[in-house]
Design a protein around this ligand. Sequence first.
Ligand code: SF4
Length: 66
Amino acid sequence: MKLNVVEILKNLPKTNCKECGEPTCMAFAARLAKKDIELKACPPLFTSEYAAQREALENLLMGAVA
Ligand code: SF4
């Protein structure tokens, strides 16, 4: 299954904070869809504030592997 960039973006913080090294969350989503970057590169996702989004993304990524 191919990863959908829009589905990924929906669950990202969308703050464009650049902590992942990408200019925007959209750019991060595009790289994540290509498995070109790991989820852990986005530190805000690993705060309690975004726990639900992180879980949704982990499920999305796992689904893509299976
Ligand atoms: S670290 Fe996360 S929230 Fe910040 S720009 Fe990257 S993907 Fe977006």
